[in-house]
Ligand binder design. Structure first.
Ligand SMILES: [Fe+2]
Ligand SMILES: [Fe+2]
Length: 214
């Protein structure tokens, strides 16, 4: 992405718009095989299927938000190395996005209808965070990834016992998110001051409550 420095502001807006449309409307292709590919599908009853779909919709929205946060941060990052780091992280989230979308289809469900809204809100939050400087940018990545890791743990507990396919996906995602946080820490993340982590947790709680249904 070193060519990004030669783009005009309008080019950059168009690149971001294209990325947003791909995330929200497209079916992004995963670079790695789906972790559930060899896991037997066990028939779920209707309440189980409904609950699993709600949880996987939340996880799909979480990945839409992660893409948007990182792209928003990258759009304003001053240091090219930080920008590369953010865009690489966004790229890895594409696998998660594709796997969650696959599982939602298997569960006869669909992604959140509010994805354009989640994307726009997260992009704006990412850009504001990014304007505070690169140490903050990476601190924001660490906090996001740690919070996602914690909620993946909750979902691993809450999924119907028979839903081994969703669980296989979430386990791989959890390992990836932990690695993303470790990398950002090693790259020089600054811890975020209060009340930023609490505000992020409140925003994600609201998102989860809505995305489970919508
Ligand atoms: Fe992810
Ligand atoms: Fe991540």
């Amino acid at each position: 992405m070193s060519t990004a420095r030669h783009l005009t502001p309008l080019d950059r807006v168009l690149v971001e718009a294209q990325r947003a449309l791909d995330t929200v409307l497209g079916a992004p292709a995963a670079a790695r095989p789906n972790p559930a590919r060899d896991v037997a599908a066990i028939e779920l009853d209707e309440p189980e299927r409904h609950h699993a779909a709600g949880l996987m919709r939340i996880n799909h929205v979480g990945e839409v938000c992660a893409q948007a946060l990182y792209c928003g941060q990258a759009a304003v990052a001053r240091d090219p190395a930080t920008r590369e780091h953010l865009l690489a992280a966004a790229q890895e989230e594409t696998d998660h996005l594709a796997w969650c979308a696959d599982r939602l289809r298997e569960l006869d469900s669909r992604p959140s209808l509010l994805n354009p809204l989640w994307y726009a809100g997260s992009f704006a939050i990412g850009a504001v965070a990014g304007l505070r400087g690169d140490g903050w940018n990476l601190g924001f990545v660490v906090e996001t990834e740690r919070q996602v890791e914690a909620h993946l743990d909750e979902h691993l507990d809450s999924l119907p016992p028979a839903d081994a396919r969703s669980r296989a996906i979430l386990r791989t995602m959890k390992a990836d998110e932990a690695r993303h946080a470790d990398h950002a820490e090693a790259a020089g993340a600054r811890p975020l001051p209060a009340p930023v982590p609490a505000l992020m947790a409140a925003a994600s709680k609201l998102m989860k409550a809505v995305a489970y249904r919508l």
